[in-house]
Design a protein around this ligand. Structure first.
Ligand SMILES: [Zn+2]
Ligand SMILES: [Zn+2]
Length: 474
């Protein structure tokens, strides 16, 4: 035993002794009812006046572990709940603000991604979302800050267990076919040719069968998706070029809107009217200051906003027309020098509940009665969550990889690999897994799997069963 551990042990023993010897607190005479009331509710509005966020229905739910912060993996989504997390919040990518992406989770187990900007994957990982849980991505338009993470999500999501359900990309058509979502995905497939073939030495299953649901961008109010009581509709946004859309998701008598990018328009009011959670992009009117800070010529900022975006005054105007239970803005710089100004501009028109959907990790919990917004605490060095599987059939099925190294690599370079005996220490002889160990799909009954795997990979499936059961009972 080293000197140090002996010392710590002695300390611990002393501490334990102290705790054991401490007397229970003595009982004292209670204060008067009046004093207790004055101390516990003094300065608290009650029904007497309104302060800051005391709008009706804006309140933390009892099942939240903390009203101030959200810690990923510590709260189960409730059967009736919608949870919305901002995974990317800015058109200018930087640590703390990845490109735009919004994650919507429903109490029935469904999950949807709205836009998938560059870098956003890191926040999904930090929020303990396994990449194979993402099966539906709705792209508002084809500016790269709204879909840049798609290649990574597709390739590594397949590697990480995306074998049984294909990835579906929903998005608008363009005015001509080459500008539509299908054309973008076709181009992405081409760009990923090497990667797809390379990763085909792994299990793939349905992973490579990416599906595109391209809708006519002019079909305002059209339904993009309708399943399990979830309906997603779309409308046109004015974003300098045809083929930009806003989305509205309706489920369980609740509604979420993400406008994507665009100029304020009468269509926004028409299709988002009365929605519970209305999220729009926003740019503050600070061209001179922000050009001073960022070094961008003011006319470039002005021209970009006036042709493409929603000024903060307009955001407030729209909110006041739409009258959501919670209004949020994202796709914006979250900077001390402009946050107060942004709020002031929004407040010119909208006096109701308002919160920034920025920086990354802001999370919204919503039920029919309550809505609450918190800052999520996303770790810098998270580990991946284990892939999540539907274990209804009592099995884990691992598809046979479509190809082998021999098929995609000439022998020469493999033969140049250093003999492992030269670098492994003496007496250490790992059995290298150089060939896929089985010749067909691997089917593993759950009861033959180590509990650590069954538990980790079945978490979401079990939660979904539990919630569906509760929903069915009500
Ligand atoms: Zn954008
Ligand atoms: Zn855009």
């Amino acid at each position: 035993m080293t000197k140090f551990t002996r010392f710590s042990l002695a300390m611990m023993l002393t501490l334990t002794t102290c705790v054991a010897l401490a007397a229970p607190p003595a009982k004292q005479t209670p204060s008067s009812e009046q004093d207790i009331k004055a101390a516990l509710s003094g300065g608290v509005p009650g029904d007497r006046w309104k302060e800051g966020l005391l709008f009706e229905g804006v309140k933390p739910m009892p099942w939240l572990k903390s009203a101030a912060n959200w810690f990923p993996g510590t709260e189960e989504i409730q059967p009736e709940e919608m949870r919305v997390t901002f995974m990317g919040t800015s058109p200018s990518i930087r640590p703390g603000q990845m490109n735009t992406s919004i994650f919507v989770e429903l109490g029935n187990g469904d999950k949807f991604v709205f836009d998938m900007g560059e870098g956003a994957v890191s926040n999904y990982v930090a929020a303990r979302v396994a990449l194979n849980q993402i099966n539906h991505v709705f792209i508002t338009h084809l500016h790269v800050d709204h879909f840049g993470s798609l290649p990574y999500l597709w390739m590594f999501g397949t590697w990480a267990g995306g074998w049984h359900e294909q990835l579906t990309v929903h998005g608008p058509s363009g005015r001509t076919p080459e500008y539509g979502t299908q054309a973008m995905v076709d181009g992405m497939k081409k760009m990923l040719g090497w990667h797809i073939d390379a990763f085909s030495v792994f299990p793939v299953g349905k992973g490579w069968d990416i599906k595109v649901n391209e809708f006519d961008f002019r079909d305002n109010g059209g339904v993009v998706y309708e399943e399990n009581g979830v309906k997603v509709t779309h409308w046109q946004r004015s974003h300098a070029k045809d083929g930009a859309s806003g989305y509205r998701l309706d489920w369980n008598d609740m509604c979420f809107v993400w406008t994507g990018d665009g100029r304020p328009s009468e269509l926004d009011i028409k299709y988002a009217k009365g929605c519970d959670l209305y999220v729009t992009e926003m740019q503050a009117e600070l061209m001179e200051i922000s050009s001073g800070v960022q070094g961008v010529p003011p006319f470039l900022g002005r021209y970009t906003v006036d042709t493409h975006h929603t000024p903060a005054y307009a955001a407030g105007y729209l909110a006041n027309q739409i009258k959501p239970r919670m209004f949020m803005t994202t796709h914006m710089a979250f900077d001390p020098y402009q946050n107060e100004e942004s709020v002031a501009e929004v407040r010119e028109h909208w006096k109701g509940p308002f919160h920034f959907g920025a920086p990354d990790g802001i999370v919204v919990n919503m039920t029919k009665d309550l809505v609450w917004v918190r800052e999520g605490i996303l770790p810098d060095f998270p580990n991946n969550r284990s892939p999540q599987f539907d274990f209804s059939n009592g099995q884990l099925v691992v598809p046979l990889p479509p190809t082998t190294r021999e098929e995609i690599q000439e022998p020469f370079v493999r033969e140049q690999q250093i003999d492992p005996k030269k670098y492994y220490p003496e007496g250490y002889h790992p059995v290298l897994l150089e060939d896929w160990p089985v010749k067909s799909d691997l089917v593993v009954p759950l009861d033959t799997m180590p509990p650590s795997l069954t538990n980790g990979m079945g978490e979401e499936w079990r939660l979904k069963q539990k919630n569906l059961e509760k929903l069915g009972k009500e």
